[in-house]
Unconditional design. Structure first.
Length: 221
């Protein structure tokens, strides 16, 4: 067994990334999926989805560092490790991802649909996809792993994996630990994806009602 320590990707907070971007010192790369990017993205960011990410052909940009980002910082860290393992240098990922960027008050570009197109959509487009979708597109498909194979490797029933991929069931802490063990992700990676997706669904379905019903507490209350 090798004693080589695991590769660590340097992280930068959103304010530092914003400063670098404003001074044109970096190339910002968005590793989310195309559907996510089309809904909302940081102006000037290049799109290289993790599901088709190939570190062997990743472009080298002389004189500039590469900063990777995703929705919450997990996928960008994974992409950074892939690049470092392939021998790329000057790789940084943006801690907290697009969520942290917006929380800091920084602007994003939102896709504007042509007149009449908005009415044709069947429902809201989610920026935070369900964990089953990420599992399928970014892990199972690139590795050639089917539902029954994955179920056997993480010691769960095949139906449990199938339900997760179909969006019929959610990731709990136990399944998050099993997936994290097999795919070598952080223990809370999968359950965190579930929470982000559930929060977004709740905002779509009841966010306006909650804002109408509840007045924020102030110190004089």
């Amino acid at each position: 067994m090798s004693d080589t320590p695991p590769v660590a990707v340097q992280a930068a907070d959103v304010r530092q990334v914003k400063d670098w971007l404003d001074r044109n010192e970096i190339v910002l790369v968005d590793v989310r999926e195309t559907s996510e990017y089309e809904v909302e993205h940081i102006a000037g960011a290049l799109l290289l989805p993790l599901s088709s990410f190939d570190p062997e052909v990743f472009p080298s940009i002389p004189g500039k560092s590469v900063v990777l980002h995703c929705a919450v910082g997990k996928r960008s860290e994974a992409a950074g490790k892939m690049l470092l393992n392939e021998g790329h240098g000057d790789i940084v990922h943006m801690a907290g991802g697009l969520d942290a960027w917006k929380a800091a008050g920084f602007a994003t570009e939102v896709q504007l649909l042509p007149p009449g197109e908005q009415e044709k959509t069947e429902g809201p487009v989610f920026v935070c996809p369900p964990p089953g979708e990420i599992l399928q597109k970014e892990y199972m498909e690139p590795l050639g792993i089917g539902p029954s194979d994955l179920a056997q490797r993480i010691n769960v029933l095949e139906g449990r994996v199938a339900d997760l991929l179909a969006g019929k069931s959610a990731v709990g802490v136990e399944l998050s630990l099993r997936l994290a063990r097999y795919f070598s992700t952080a223990a809370d990676f999968w359950v965190h994806l579930q929470v982000e997706h559930d929060l977004e669904r709740a905002r779509h379905s009841m966010g306006e009602q909650i804002r109408r019903d509840i007045k924020p507490r102030i110190s004089s209350d």
